[in-house]
Design a protein around this ligand. Structure first.
Ligand code: GLN
Length: 507
């Protein structure tokens, strides 16, 4: 796209206001376009020089940094003074040009004022979150609705959670359990979480001192990071990583080091890990079973990570929300490895196991010295979580073993439909051991990258998948991979496969 901007030579008397101006490319574009139209109608030929600006669409076509703000490369003469920092250069140019024009027309001064005010109010996002866009899951689910596409993108079941849990929530509301809960969780839920943890890992934890109930695992992750990481601390992530990790660490002000897990088996590159980890590393975040790949960290990998953490005195934050969706291997909880409990925060939730992702009940299990930090942050993030849902969650965790067995059986049948279907469509499907996700290589279909493929898939085929490049610090690493979910009823999965068989053509 081309933009033309007139550059008058007037000195800008409003320079101070630049320091308040801070806007996204899209706003700038709108501003510039209206400016162009205005200029055409009002000042057809009076402006001195014209400079050409090329712009790029921010998210979808910029493969290098799809989650980053795109800076518009405005080229001007005379050049922008070096004292104007890069992020304000666009505005400097616009304002300089507007101020110059205002000498000619008082109505234009009004126009500038209106634009400036809209820019000012539209662009107050704090720098630590500026580069993050609406989550890819929200974007894709909105596109699914818009295009009537089958949503195999965002990981939420299109079937309901168990009746006994819903009944427990209704009962709790009727019983008047409707006021603030105790900040770190209603006693029955803390106890139920501790009991479940003991059953799963053999570890005995104190429900009062070592379990903190949060608003979903996303809040548990945030409270853990905010409560235990200082600005400037180094944290290691394995890419691809769930999107909230990076955004939350950015809110903390942490320094992220990412280690890429590569197909086909997404195994941990031990040598890279050894050279990344040091005494300066504050924490490492693992996620097993792993979203988006379905990888499950092997005992050997966990043991190596554990010994490196002990050696370097590093904390471990472990997101295990898919622990009950472990199909091809037994789930191993990092905290259960010798010597690890004292340095580990185990994060989990109700949503995936009970098909109730909208309830947002999560928890963090950690020894008291780490729980203290988690609770400090949690107290001032949300203070407490929905009371009746916590009581219902306590009931859910009493579910008999048969519930978990049936859940697994159901999901294995769904997985078989999707995996076989994707193979028959022509994808290279990477093995997924756990979670309700599977990652494929889309390149047989000839689209240039994951985002282009997903756009094509939604618009031309009517199916939604998740592009994985957004889960990497270096998006190039994910450009061949897209993620499908199978947490949908069997008919939906079959229809999606049929659509792809019919309309996706290998190139
Ligand atoms: N965990 C879900 C997934 O990976 C998405 C949750 C969300 O939309 N934030 O699909």
């Amino acid at each position: 796209m081309q933009l033309s901007i007139a550059i008058p030579s007037a000195n800008c008397s409003y320079l101070e206001m630049l320091s308040h101006l801070h806007c996204r490319p899209a706003t700038l574009l709108t501003f510039s376009k209206s400016f162009q139209i205005y200029r055409r109608t009002k000042f057809p030929s009076s402006m001195a020089s014209i400079s050409t600006v090329s712009t790029e669409k921010a998210a979808s076509s910029n493969q290098d940094q799809p989650t980053q703000k795109t800076h518009l490369p405005l080229q001007v003469s005379p050049p922008v003074p070096a004292s104007i920092s890069a992020q304000f250069q666009d505005y400097y140019i616009l304002v300089r040009c507007c101020v110059g024009l205002s000498k000619f027309d008082s109505s234009f001064r009004f126009f500038v004022l209106v634009c400036w005010h809209s820019l000012k109010w539209l662009n107050l996002v704090a720098k630590r979150l500026e580069k993050f866009k609406t989550t890819i899951f929200t974007q894709m689910s909105m596109l699914a609705i818009k295009h009537g596409a089958i949503n195999l993108g965002q990981g939420f079941p299109n079937f309901d959670g168990p009746e006994f849990v819903k009944e427990a929530a209704i009962q709790a509301i009727k019983d008047g359990k409707n006021q603030y809960a105790r900040g770190y969780g209603v006693p029955d839920l803390n106890s139920a979480v501790a009991a479940r943890f003991k059953k799963d890992t053999g570890l005995v934890v104190d429900p009062e001192k070592e379990v903190t109930v949060t608003s979903g695992c996303t809040e548990a992750i945030a409270a853990t990071m905010l409560g235990l990481i200082n600005p400037g601390d180094e944290v290691i992530l394995f890419a691809p990583f769930y999107d909230s990790y990076e955004a939350t660490l950015s809110m903390v002000g942490a320094k992220i080091t990412s280690i890429t897990l590569r197909p086909p088996d997404f195994s941990v590159p031990i040598d890279e890990l050894k050279s990344a980890i040091s005494k300066n590393t504050r924490a490492i975040l693992i996620n097993t079973p792993h979203n988006p790949t379905g990888k499950m960290f092997s005992r050997e990998e966990l043991e190596i990570i554990a010994s490196l953490c002990v050696e370097n005195d590093v904390l471990v934050f472990t997101d295990e929300v898919y622990d009950k969706l472990a199909f091809e291997a037994d789930h191993i909880c990092m905290a259960s490895l010798p010597g690890m409990y004292e340095r580990t925060v185990t994060l989990n939730s109700l949503g995936k196991t009970f098909s109730l992702t909208g309830w947002k009940i999560g928890w963090a299990i950690a020894p008291p010295h780490l729980t203290w930090g988690v609770r400090q942050a949690h107290s001032f993030l949300t203070f407490a979580t929905s009371t009746p849902m916590q009581w219902a969650a306590a009931a859910a965790l009493q579910a008999p073993d048969s519930y978990y067995e049936e859940l697994k059986r159901d999901y294995m049948a769904k997985k078989a439909i999707l995996v076989e279907g994707l193979k028959s469509v022509g994808f290279k499907v990477y093995p997924s051991s756990g979670t309700y996700f599977v990652v494929v290589d889309h390149t047989p279909f000839g689209l240039e990258n994951d985002i282009a493929f997903c756009e094509y898939l939604i618009k031309e085929v009517g199916v939604v998948a998740i592009p994985t490049s957004v889960f990497y610090l270096n998006p190039e690493d994910g450009k061949n991979l897209v993620r499908f979910t199978f947490c949908k009823d069997e008919e939906t999965l079959r229809s999606a496969v049929e659509r792809m068989k019919e309309k996706l053509i290998r190139r």
